[in-house]
Ligand binder design. Sequence first.
Ligand code: BG6
Length: 387
Amino acid sequence: MSSIGAVQKDGGMADKGGFPHYMIKEIFEQPKSLYATITPRVAAEEDSVHLEDVHIKPEELQALRRINIVASGTSRHAGMVGQYMIQELAGVPVDVDYASEFGYRNPLIGPGELTVVITQSGETADTTAAQREAKSKGSRTIAISNVVDSTIAREADGVIYTHAGPEISIASTKAFTAQMAALFLFAVHLGHARGKVSTERVNTYIHELLEVPGKVETVLRSSSDCQRLAEEYFSMEDFLFLGRAIHYPIAMDGALKLKEVSYIHAEGYPTGETKHGPNALIDETLPVVILATCDRKDEGSVRRYEMSVSNIKGFKKQSGRVIAIASEGDDEIGSLADNIVFVPQAPELLTPILEIVPLQLFAYYMATKKGLDVDRPRNLVKSVMRE
Ligand code: BG6
């Protein structure tokens, strides 16, 4: 079975391919898994997105009033990124819910609403229950899953398979970036169906998306920098991960990765929220990892970047230690942050796929430095199939 592609339900254990752990192998597989997820959906002339298993007619997509995204863990972080992509490109309001909370809020779902459930395994009990609840209230459903014919994929009206291949490590990495690529494809497809995205813009977006796997390859070449970061910060017991807007979900996932595999406490927070509390914590004992990338062509991104620069200056005044993820060519943050990892320039909506990679690597190296079982962290399972 090819290691890259949608996983067959009876898919056996992949091998480690010469890597010491599945997690690091799967981190390094991301250029391939992204490419495998993107290329079957973009026509050769790159002017249209084909989502072969979605089975929802254009007129239904045009009539959509709202989209609810429901997922668990890392998959919910992908949904939070997808919210920005879909609202920006398709102009449809999007809500994102924890699958484990979805039922409690008695979701007021009606016809004309679409529920997108995101799940690597396609078997997570909370997410299965959420999809069933949404269907019982009249919502159409689309599953984004990595496993063909999984329970959730089978029960959905439409499916977008990520072609990440078997993800063995409990901490989700390549499935996560593939989910974000799938959500971007869906957002472009939906925007085009609703007349919000022109054919020439579709072409531009597809071209930009096809550049992402190569850019991830570039980020992976900084893995030794992330290993050195782990050497330097390995004794720290608490971290604060910060990001604004579409980068906030990446801060959340960077914190989750560190917690899951190294057992070090970490919190993901919106950067702008630090002044409402967390600032009281920031000093030399609480390192801050801040997403401070900038898409120079996007004025909102530039404005947010400038605010993050000022946040970094503030943290340094509190003798905080700052690790910044920044965009190549940035010659300002290097003199402000204590450590910096660069990612290639990319459009704002696609940068999250790049900036999670150094955070995955950092978590991995922190865990291996502690001699922990990276692929099988204590108390966790790959897919929680029952409460
Ligand atoms: C958790 C995993 O158990 O389930 C996470 O440790 C994952 O990595 C979450 O994100 C959701 O799983 P799935 O298969 O529904 O995406």
